[in-house]
Structures are given as structure tokens and as C-alpha cells.
Design a protein around this ligand. Structure first.
Ligand SMILES: [Zn+2]
Length: 256
């Protein structure tokens, strides 16, 4: 059994794994990288994103909703695209590609920060980025795309009191549903930070699914409120990753 790369930067190493269940990919920022960006690999160019969609389609995958993880028999020809934080650059640089490639994606919106910036990242010295405003999210929905909740304030939920967790989880759902007039069935834990009580709260609030940052694909037995994902980013320049890609290439050549 070969190790899988830590991040998703193309289908090759994942071809067989993705056929075994429902894979969910996590994207953050699409488009040009601003000066001072710290996690540079989380910016994918418009072209790279478009190529990811094309490559998935060429390999027989269609784009699904996280709800498919709840099916008794999870289909093996689907992939879910998710965008965390609802950056404005996703609206600018990913929506056209999604339209043209008939892609479907879930945008995890921080309900209390619509139209603001990624202030939770500022403490880490990350470059400032605008978040989509109400008009942009409305257009996103009009194009047939989905939204989900990423809390009210992008907090570490496991560090909050039960009342505060409830507020983040319930109120973000109600706020998004009122504002945009669509059901909000999907949730995403900021930083992948959770506890059993947090997961229980998300389930009780009526969400159908919730995404973590744990790596893996989802099977019929996977807890729908603990869905695994794979983060997409530029291939790492670490030697280990070169070696891994080289081994996958050899395997492809010899096994067809
Ligand atoms: Zn986030």
C-alpha cells in the first residue's frame, strides 16, 4: 500500500481510492496570489482549478452534494467540491470554470462575516482577503451552486461554552436561510476543530452533513457529521512528495 500525498494536486494517486467511496475536495482561494501570502499553496490559479474539474470529468467523475455520503450505497463515480470561508476570489475566479465545466460546489459561508475580511487569519500574519458579499453569494446561488454554514465568527468551537456553540451553529443556519431563502443543510467546522458535544449540536440543529479536515474518502458507514476531505493545493516542493509522485508515476506505467 503506497502512502497517499498529504494534499490533492491531481487525480493520479487517487484514481483507485476515489472509486471506493465519496471523495470531498477542499479549496480555499482561487486566482492571483497577493504579496505577503503565507500559505501560498492554498492559492490555485483559475487555470489549475479548471484543469482539476476537467481531469475529474475525464476520469468519469461527476459533481455531487455532500448529501450523497448519506446514501445507503455511496456511488463510486462522484466527487464533492467544497470552498471554505467564501473568499471573494472564488466568486471572481472559480464561478466561471464551475459554470463552463458544469461543476457543482458547496461554499461554506461565515454567516456573521459576509462582505468582511479574513480577520481570524490576521493574527497568523496571513494576507488580507475579502469575503463574498450578499450580492455575490446570491449570484453564486443563482448559478445553481450550494452554500453551507461555517459558523458565525470562524471560532474554535471546542473552546466555546455550550451556549456559545449553540449560537454559532444554530444562528448561522437561521441567518443564512433567512437572508438567502435556501435550506442550509451542510456545515463545516472551522479549523476542523470539534468535540463530541460540538458534533451533537450540529446534528441537533438539523444539518444533514458536516465536514472536517480529516483526510480520507467517505463510505456508507462514515458518520455524515464527520465527513473526511482532501485539501487541494499546489504540489509541495518537499523531496518526499517528489518521491511519492515518482512512485505513483511508475505504478501507472507498469499497471496501466
Ligand atoms: Zn475556514
Amino acid at each position: 500500500m503506497l502512502d497517499f500525498p498529504e494534499y490533492y494536486s491531481g487525480i493520479r494517486p487517487f484514481k483507485q481510492l476515489f472509486r471506493k467511496g465519496l471523495p470531498i475536495l477542499t479549496y480555499h482561494k482561487i486566482g492571483p496570489r497577493p504579496r505577503g501570502a503565507r500559505l501560498k499553496g492554498l492559492y490555485l490559479s483559475e487555470r489549475t482549478f479548471r484543469n482539476h474539474l476537467k481531469e475529474l470529468k475525464n476520469n468519469g467523475f461527476c459533481f455531487a452534494s455532500p448529501e450523497d455520503a448519506r446514501l445507503v450505497r455511496v456511488p463510486n463515480d462522484r466527487v464533492v467540491i467544497t470552498f471554505d470561508d467564501a473568499y471573494e476570489n472564488v466568486f471572481r475566479y472559480a464561478l466561471d470554470a464551475l459554470k463552463e465545466e458544469k461543476g457543482k460546489a458547496v461554499l461554506f459561508v461565515i454567516a456573521g462575516m459576509i462582505g468582511q475580511t479574513n480577520t481570524w487569519d490576521a493574527a497568523l500574519g496571513e494576507a488580507e482577503e475579502r469575503l463574498m458579499d450578499e450580492v455575490q453569494i446570491r449570484e453564486w446561488l443563482q448559478e445553481g451552486q450550494l452554500i453551507g454554514s461555517h459558523t458565525l465568527s470562524h471560532s474554535h468551537l471546542s473552546r466555546l461554552s455550550p451556549e456559545e456553540v449553540k449560537n454559532e451553529v444554530y444562528r448561522s443556519k437561521a441567518l443564512l436561510e433567512d437572508k438567502f431563502g435556501v435550506p442550509v443543510n451542510h456545515f463545516c467546522y472551522p479549523y476542523g476543530d470539534l468535540s463530541p458535544a460540538v458534533v451533537e449540536c450540529v446534528r441537533e440543529a438539523g444539518y444533514q452533513t458536516a465536514c472536517t479536515v480529516e483526510r480520507g474518502v467517505n463510505f456508507a458507514g462514515t458518520d455524515p457529521w464527520m465527513l473526511k476531505r482532501w485539501t487541494a493545493r499546489y504540489p509541495s516542493r518537499k523531496l518526499k512528495n517528489y518521491w511519492l509522485r515518482f512512485r505513483w508515476l511508475l505504478r501507472d506505467i507498469f499497471q496501466g
